[in-house]
Design a binder for this molecule. Sequence first.
Ligand code: NAD
Length: 360
Amino acid sequence: MGVFEAVAGEGHEQILYGHDPVSGLRTIVAIHSTALGPALGGTRFFPYESEEEALQDVLRLSKGMTYKAAAAGLDLGGGKAVIIGDPRKDKSERLFRAYGRIVDSLQGRYITAEDVGTTTVDMDVVRRETRWALGNSVALGGAGDPSPITARGLLAATRAVAEKLWGDQNLAGRRFAIQGVGKVGGAFAQLLVEARAEVIATDAYPPALDEAVETLGVKPVEPDEIFSVDCDILSPCALGASLNEVTIPRLACAAVVGSANNQLATEDDAKRIADRGILYAPDFVVNAGGLINVYDELTGYSRTRALHRVDGIYDATMKILETADRLGVNPNEAAVRVADDRIRDIGDLRRFRRSGDDRN
Ligand code: NAD
């Protein structure tokens, strides 16, 4: 597929290819939409096998950010960047500063942050070349690691789901199964234990699971058992595409609420889950805490304000579940519609030019 064809297909606004021969930087920045504001999304550093694979990933991820920001009620569009390379071997100051100059050339149409393969420390280096890099370390006035905040947003979403299902948001005595007790899953497990819920967990990396067992008292199961654990809520907090035609028939939960991005392997899987009578809280609604947290850096980071906004994920989730009921569609489809409506309605306001507006 040609680049123009790929871009037009999903309605992207702009793709920028950047290269620095000295550091070996090869990057693709994708701006999906700036209808609601600047396109914010992290930088993924990954050893893609081909440029085609990197392009497909950045197109998919940047579109996802448009929907995540819109559903969270933020004044942000959607964008993402990928750097092709091995994050364990190919990182250098020169590479990140060259990347920062490429981001800077977009003059704030795209704002970057950390993602898989990049860290707050990397963003601090990018920041030396552009003000359009967030996710900086606390010492530099940034928000630091977003994972505990993402977990807090997940808890807010879980309470909304509990209220919807059982008319009671108290989680004491509820049974959870968590796939992946890494940065978010581990912090979420801790919040659940504090809420006196019962937690069963797994992880493909045994030391991570051992730590959760020792420090939190979670009950361990093998990675391939987690989808059939009899529980109230299953929480996928590992990698994407975990909900698919193999795992969905095995689910023994009332609802799915997890942090992993792109949990549904295909769009049909939202219907498959609904057909089983299981409530699926859309990933891009419930895991928006990290995005909300870096968004706050734009106006000078205030943790109090960020936490207040993240707690709003309760209302955002409830709105999606109620919209789904009202329209008779599954929650994933409802979330897409709510986001589309907001992009259209609020994006449309741009036709009113404010004094001093130098854009559009
Ligand atoms: P992480 O790498 O710290 O944790 C993921 C954990 O999942 C690891 O411990 C890993 O060993 C485990 N894992 C991987 N594959 C597994 C499998 N098949 N079975 C069981 N365990 C498996 O990552 P994280 O930052 O905690 O992010 C988790 C997910 O949440 C990712 O999909 C990420 O994109 C998404 N997310 C994270 C944030 C954030 O703030 N960190 C924000 C939004 C979304």
